[in-house]
Each structure stands twice: as C-alpha cells, then as structure tokens.
Design a protein around this ligand. Structure first.
Ligand code: NAD
Length: 501
C-alpha cells in the first residue's frame, strides 16, 4: 500500500518555507505549465486518443487550448488578484486600515476525473498554484494514458516538492485521504463525492465538490429547431456524451419531439455520414463497465433513432429514445453516454415541475426566444448554472463561476472564481493609535454609564459608508482650504507689518 507521508511532509515543509507566497515564483510555475502544454500538445492528443479515441479537434478545443487560455487569463490578472482588498469603511473606522488579505490555504489536494482527464485536474491545479498553495495532484486512474502523461511529464515542469503527482485508484485515494490537507478539490461522481466529503470532515477540511447529475434541456416551440438540434446534439456527443454538462435529457412537447427526431436524423448524417461507426469524429466509451451500463439504459422507452452498438470497439451509435417514463432507469441515473431520451411535457410549467421534483442539476439548458418563458425557469428552478439557446459554451466563459448546487456539487471555479476558491480571505483591522481616536473610543471602557452607552451607539450607528475615494477628496479639499486661509493670513500679517514700518 502506498505511503504518502514523505510526499506530504515535503509539501508541508515547502509551504512552510514560504516560497509559494512569492508571486514571481507562482508566475514562473504557471509559465512552466503553459510551456508544458505547448511542448507536449501532440502527446496530450495521443494520450486522449488512446484513452477515449477522442478526435483531435475536440482534444484541442476542450483540453489543450482551454488549459492554455486558462493560464494566460491567470497570468494577465494575477498581480491584481493577489492584492489585498480594501473594502468600504464605516464611520467608526474612518481613521483605520481595513483590509482583506488573500492567503493561500496551504497544502491542497486536487483529484481529477477520467472524462476530461487533463483539464479537470490541471485547471484547478493552476488556480491553486496562482493562489500560492502547494498542490498534490491526483489524476484519475481510469484514463490510464493521460494519468501516465501527467505523472511523467508534469513533474519536469513544476517544483517537485511543492507540486507532487500521486497515482492510484480508490484504495490509494482512500489512503491519501487519511492525510491532513488544508483544502480538497474533487471532481467526479456524487457517490464518491460523499466519500471525499466524509474524509475531509475528519480535519474539517474545506472542500469543493464538482459533481454530476442529470442536466435537463427544455425546448419550446419558439426556437428555430435546426440550430437547437445541432447545438444540443453537439453538447451530447462531444466525448461521446461522457461530459458532466452534457444535456442529459430533453423536455419538450410531442410536436417539438417529432420534429426534433427528424432534424436529428439529418444532422447526424451530415456530421458522420452513412456509417457513424466509421467516422473518426465520435469518441468511444471509456471502458466495458460503462459500456454495459449504457446498454442497460438503452432498454428504457423506444428507440426513435440510432440504437446500434459494437462491444469490441465500445461504440454506441448516437441514440434518441422516446416514450420514456419518469421512473425508467434512463430518467433516474446520469446517462454519461451518447443516448438522449426525450420526455414530453405540455408546457414550461410542466417542465419546471418535472425538474423541481428531482435533484438540482449541474446546468439547466433552455431553448426559447420568449423572455417570459426564460424568466419562469430563472425564478422557478435551482441549478449550478444555466445556459440559454446553447449547450456547453457557458463552461468556457471564464468570468462566470462554474459549479453545482445540492447534489451536483458545492463551490465553484474558473478564472477569478478559481483563485478565490483556493484563497482564504484573511481580514485585518489596523487601528489608528492617534490620541483623538483613543479618546473617542474610550467610552467602551468601564466604568460603564448611560452617557458612554449613548456616545458609543452614536459612533457605531450604521451610516451610508464613506467610500475611501471621497474621504481622500474631503481631506484634500480641507487641506487646500486650510493652506489658503493660512497663506492669506500670513500675507495680511506681512502687509500690516510693512505698512506699519
Ligand atoms: P473517476 O472514476 O475518475 O473518479 C474520480 C476520482 O475519484 C478519481 O481520481 C478516482 O481515483 C477517485 N475515486 C474513485 N473512487 C473512489 C473512492 N471510492 N474513494 C476515493 N476516491 C475515489 O470519475 P467518475 O466518478 O466516474 O466521474 C464521472 C462523474 O463525474 C460523473 O458523474 C460526472 O458528471 C462527474 N463529473 C463532474 C464534473 C464537474 O465539473 N462537475 C466534471 C467531470 C465529471
């Protein structure tokens, strides 16, 4: 059984040495990681092809380019992000220094999942490095070729004491979780998320859980269906449906369903030709376990499109199921494959009722041009995020947080939200020691009296905050007026003296 004592000890000593607090050091590590992605792009694409038969275009867009842009975004903004925040001050703190420092947590653990084996590990790792932490990287063992790449190549670019890579499956991870971490960031299933959360509880370790679930997709009749079908099918079929934010199932009227199936038939032919299995543009299912699980799910409802498979290649044809029932297995567990069930509803109210009777989704997809319909979903449902009239693309917007709520996860990341996730916001009040401040605040000291109490309540009374900017303006104007008065007085005195000579 693996022993992680030494690895953790080295990481703790490295953190205690203070080197990750140095922002230039962090920048250097991030630049090295960026260089790693650039220098090994082909190897990364090959590893993804070996694990998932992932097409090169998808690997570029959702892994290497995504990871490069993520680091560039951090490097552009890091100097601003690390600065202490100076929030608004209340009247009572007018003379004081009120700050929020951005402190790293310490040694953090990042556990990745197999479906996007590089970016799901390395994007949070980059955020943790940016925030000044030491990071233990744990890739998913299920995407074996990518795990090997990470274990062999990343250490050539990053400081080995600060950023060790550890490998292994559930038993090694269970052993690793016995160690004390200062933060745990986990991506994977809700089932394992609960195990991670329970382990973190031992040391009250704060945790981000990026989990899964069923992300619904509502389509109303107002949208141009061809575009909607393309956007939904693309979101469903990249990585062969093995995407946490893939639209899991469609909710629409019977009328929209029939048109959807016809459009989908056409679109699939346009994308993959007559023989989908021969197309190089569709990934394969990661392993036989998941393949067999998906075959089981295909027994729900009626196949309206697709339905073929080939066990030797772990190939499943893009498949649309209709006439599914709410308690069919396909409507109860996360699908994570190229199968799209359609459940018919009368209208948006019905759809909302259906969604709200289930666990909170990671993302809610709405296809509509009607603002009223959209408002019903915005105000009437809970989900990690929403994406309107498209799928997946919200994931790439680095100025909005990505994460789940309820059973789809807790916490978020991407861009500044990632930096903040790995940052402890350390507050600090720096009191002014001037005599006037001490005099005003001395009413807090015993012996207490009614007069002191009313003075204190006057000083502490909530007032509209004085923005720092205005305070400095007021002081500058005051100083200017004061100096002018003094100068005039001096001139008058001199003039008087001269006249009297
Ligand atoms: P996985 O099997 O790769 O597991 C994830 C990690 O957990 C791995 O590193 C693995 O070693 C570890 N692990 C597995 N079993 C464990 C155990 N018993 N104890 C401790 N560690 C253990 O991935 P998965 O769980 O099959 O991933 C698929 C799920 O992840 C789906 O539900 C998907 O929706 C979700 N997911 C969520 C996101 C997101 O960003 N929210 C992204 C990708 C995947």
């Amino acid at each position: 059984m693996a022993n992680f004592d030494d690895t953790l000890q080295r990481a703790r000593l490295a953190f205690a040495s203070g080197k990750t607090r140095n922002v230039s050091f962090r920048r250097k590590q991030l630049e090295n990681l960026l260089r790693c992605y650039e220098e090994h792009e082909n190897e990364i694409i090959s590893a993804l092809e070996a694990d998932l038969r992932r097409p090169k275009q998808e690997s570029l867009i959702v892994e290497t380019e995504f990871m490069k842009n993520d680091i560039k975004h951090i490097l552009f903004h890091l100097n601003d992000w690390v600065k202490a925040d100076r929030p608004e001050k209340s009247f009572v703190n007018m003379l004081d220094d009120v700050q929020v420092y951005n402190d790293p947590f310490g040694v953090v653990l990042v556990i990745g999942a197999w479906n996007y084996p590089l970016q799901l590990l390395l994007v949070p790792v980059a955020a943790a490095i940016a925030a000044g932490n030491c990071v233990v990287l744990k890739p998913s063992e299920i995407a074996g070729n990518c795990a090997k790449f990470i274990a062999e190549t990343i250490p050539k670019y990053l400081d080995n004491d600060c950023y060790p890579v550890v490998c292994g499956g559930p038993s090694e991870t269970a052993e690793l979780l016995k160690q004390r971490f200062d933060y745990i960031f986990y991506t994977g299933s809700t089932r394992v998320g609960k195990i991670i959360h329970a382990a973190a509880n031992n040391y009250l370790t704060p945790t981000t859980l990026e989990l899964g679930g069923k992300s619904p997709c509502y389509i109303d009749k107002s949208v141009e269906l061809r575009t909607a079908v393309k956007r939904i099918l693309w979101g469903k079929l990249i990585n062969c449906g093995q995407t946490c934010i893939a639209p899991d199932y469609v909710l629409c009227s019977k009328e929209v369903q029939d048109k959807f199936v016809e459009e989908a038939r056409d679109v699939l032919k346009e994308w993959y030709g007559e023989s989908i299995q021969s197309s190089p543009d569709l990934s394969r299912i990661i392993n036989q376990n998941n393949f067999q699980r998906l075959l089981g799910l295909m027994k729900s409802g009626r196949v309206a499109l697709g339905g073929k498979y080939d066990v030797s290649e772990k190939f499943i044809e893009p498949t649309i199921l209709v006439d599914v029932k709410p308690d069919d297995p396909i409507m109860e567990e996360e699908i994570f494959g190229p199968i799209l069930p359609i459940y018919t509803v009368e209208n948006a109210y019905d759809a909302i009722k259906f969604i709200n009777a289930r666990e909170n989704p990671l993302v809610l997809y709405i296809f509509t041009t009607e603002t009223d319909v959209l408002d019903l979903f915005v105000n009437g449902t809970q989900s990690g995020g929403m994406c309107v009239n498209d799928t997946i693309m919200h994931y790439a917007v680095d100025t909005i947080p990505f994460g789940g709520v309820g059973m789809s996860g807790m916490g978020s990341y991407h861009g500044k939200f990632g930096f903040d996730t790995f940052t402890h916001k350390k507050s600090c009040l720096g009191k002014n020691l001037a005599a006037i401040g001490e005099k005003m605040a001395s009413a807090r000291y015993p012996p207490y009296s009614d007069r002191k109490a009313s003075l204190l309540s006057f000083l502490l009374r909530k007032r509209r905050p004085l923005p720092n900017l205005y305070l400095s303006h007021v002081l500058a104007v005051g100083l200017g007026v004061g100096l002018t008065v003094l100068a005039n007085y001096y001139l008058q005195v001199r003039k008087g003296k001269l006249l009297s000579r």
